[in-house]
Design a protein around this ligand. Sequence first.
Ligand code: HEC
Length: 148
Amino acid sequence: MKKRVFIISLLFLLVPTISIAQATYQKEVRPLMEARCSKCHGSEAPLVDQFKKEKEKFTKENKGPRMDHYALLLEFVKGKDAGAIMRRLDDGKSKEDKKPGNMYVFLGKDEEERQKNLKTFKDWVGSWNLKRRADLTEEESKKITAPQ
Ligand code: HEC
């Protein structure tokens, strides 16, 4: 009996540690975006509305929509363009066609680094849902946490 109480107490001690371990934008994601994405999504990139108006022109110039602030990035996680980050960074492994998203390649120099950085994004997003905003249920949307 005593042993069981001990194990249960231990579990309660561990649970908060596990939740604290979720990646945050400031600590893990921002440095990663700066290193791997800011060349094309940084302060010189157009805001998303402007980008959409002249998508072809910007794409040719290797400029994607600007994502160098938390609020800007969040639009592509659970805002207007919900799931864009997940669809573009997915490695394709759990999809039927096994095709990775077209930004997956930028996650790292080699497969090992790409997988490591994908894991960081997954930890941060909380629920790796590839659906578009219109297809997300409220329940699913809530599970996408992406903390600041
Ligand atoms: C060499 C330039 C380049 C790099 C580096 C790059 N991107 Fe992109 N990205 C683009 C361009 C150009 C587009 C727009 C064309 C397209 O949709 O593919 C884009 C589009 C996107 C989109 C879709 C936005 C939308 O309109 O919904 C997301 C999300 C994205 N990138 C995330 C990232 C992330 C995260 C990284 C870093 C791991 C990254 N990109 C690295 C050039 C880049």
